[in-house]
Design a protein around this ligand. Structure first.
Ligand SMILES: Cc1cc2nc3c(=O)[nH]c(=O)nc-3n(C[C@H](O)[C@H](O)[C@H](O)COP(=O)(O)OP(=O)(O)OC[C@H]3O[C@@H](n4cnc5c(N)ncnc54)[C@H](O)[C@@H]3O)c2cc1C
Length: 441
């Protein structure tokens, strides 16, 4: 009997337990739902999705159907067309993913079919790592130890690229046209590779080479010292278990630190699973509601930040890198976020919404919880009083100014704007307001 694989954030054949289950009784049908939500993304991220699907379709011998509509409608129609009683998919843990799989499950049940969830986008599924009293970890370091202690499975074998049946008539998204569209709209960053095989090869290269220096260089935006794996993890072309298995035999500091970064990804997903309100609400308040800036001046400041015209080179270089490539270095993400929240006193949600539209590697849990981390409002966040100084961060992490010069051609000319605010004054005001808010709580 044919089973259906509902592809979600797991666009790969390798190490994909849900897909293997779907193929366990013979060739499987495969479908991806191109939902309305995709239309809120940037053209670049949408094009990246189209390219990734195009590549996956190629890897399935043309069998993957990509159909427009809500997941519940698309998956039900595909199950009916394939005459599949059982649909397999990876389990999601974000509030939207949970609601989606619930709706799909109900639609299938109403038609005498069944959704079976197997595997997830994480090495250890959110909710699994708990303290001895059964409650979730609130602090990252003990979570990391417990997560390492819990361990994970070895990667699953590769699915059979020849064991697919086509669902031709369902397909109604022109991937060729969509994939090409992003190209004309935005030059694509060469780092945004979208083919599973090449992503895997790039990962192998990184682990054989740069990971050794990762502990030392990962905070330097002027060096290309990080893996650029984030969009492959967000779209699921690579599973973190595969990465962890590659790291296992290594003993360098770099490989250990790299593993710990993957654990941040799991920690944030775990936090959102236990506290779904964290997607919009601060877990800990830091300022009184009316201390955040609003009105025309606040809107102008936001636009200057968004467009990379604050007069603070590291902030501006980061925002331009984001605008031009859809990716930004992690250290710089922290600096621009701190600047928005603590220098401009704009709520973190505003910055997070902009990142959602602009990042190719956008991942709901990672984005919202990293913003909360910088804002000092998260579960194990940086203390609010730690305010990044954009100038000293520049001196420390881009000592030869190569990164800022690369992204701001007019940097040392009169065209470059004067600083939008006085960092020292804003810092003092923000800290004073924070103290007052704390005293009133
Ligand atoms: C304000 C802000 C917003 C962010 N939004 C996102 C987002 O939407 N999607 C996203 O994937 N990452 C996000 N990050 C985390 C981090 O910046 C990116 O994962 C990283 O820069 C991606 O580049 P890389 O793959 O070369 O990272 P590497 O340094 O090579 O790290 C390897 C992998 O570890 C994980 N990782 C590294 N740092 C973090 C971190 N701080 N939190 C969670 N996982 C981490 C990522 O999966 C990353 O791909 C955000 C960080 C900040 C400060």
């Amino acid at each position: 009997m044919t089973h259906l694989w509902w592809a979600r954030r797991d666009l790969r054949l390798d190490d994909n337990p849900a897909l293997l289950e779907a193929q366990s009784d013979g060739p499987a049908a495969a479908v991806f739902a191109w939902t309305e939500a995709v239309h809120l993304w940037s053209g670049r991220r949408r094009a990246h999705l189209a390219r990734s699907l195009w590549s996956l379709r190629d890897d399935t011998g043309g069998a993957l159907a990509v159909a427009r509509g809500r997941a519940a409608e698309v998956v039900l129609a595909a199950a009916q067309e394939a005459d599949a009683r059982v649909v397999w998919a990876a389990k999601e843990f974000s509030p939207a993913g949970v609601a989606e799989q619930q709706a799909v499950s109900e639609a299938l049940e109403g038609d005498g079919r069944e959704l079976r969830l197997h595997g997830s986008p994480y090495a250890v599924a959110p909710g699994r790592v708990l303290k001895s009293d059964g409650t979730p970890y609130r602090v990252y370091t003990p979570f990391l130890d417990a997560w390492r202690g819990h361990g994970w499975r070895a990667p699953a074998e590769r699915a059979d690229p020849d064991a697919f049946v086509s669902l031709g008539s369902l397909d109604d998204v022109d991937l060729d046209q969509r994939a090409a569209h992003g190209d004309s709209e935005d030059p694509i960053d060469p780092h945004h590779e979208f083919r599973e095989e090449r992503l895997r090869a790039a990962l192998e290269d990184f682990i054989d080479g740069d990971v050794a220096g990762y502990a030392q260089d990962r905070d330097r935006p002027d060096l290309d010292a990080t893996s650029h794996l984030s969009s492959a993890l967000a779209f699921g072309q690579v599973h973190p278990r595969t990465v962890l298995a590659m790291l296992a035999p290594l003993r360098s500091d770099g490989s250990r630190v790299f593993q710990a970064e993957l654990a941040w990804r799991e920690f944030h997903a775990d936090t959102l699973w236990h506290e779904p309100q964290a997607r919009r609400e601060s877990l800990t308040p830091v300022l009184a509601e009316d201390d955040w800036e609003t009105g025309r001046d606040a809107d102008d400041a936001f636009v200057a930040w968004r467009d990379g015209r604050t007069g603070f080179p590291l902030v501006d270089a980061g925002m331009r890198q984001l605008a031009q490539t859809g990716w930004m270095h992690n250290r710089v993400r922290m600096v621009v976020a701190s600047f928005l929240i603590k220098d401009l006193r704009l709520p973190w949600q505003r910055g997070a919404d902009h990142f959602r539209r602009a990042l190719v590697d956008y991942d709901h849990a990672q984005n919202q919880l990293n913003w909360q981390w910088v804002a000092g409002t998260g579960r194990d966040a940086a203390p609010f009083f730690r305010i990044f100084n954009p100038q000293s961060q520049l001196e420390r992490f881009d000592p030869d100014r190569r990164y800022v010069q690369r992204w701001i051609p007019e940097l040392d000319t009169p065209e470059y704007p004067e600083p939008l605010v006085d960092h020292r004054e804003e810092r003092e005001t923000t800290l004073r307001l924070h103290k007052r808010a704390k005293a009133r709580r």
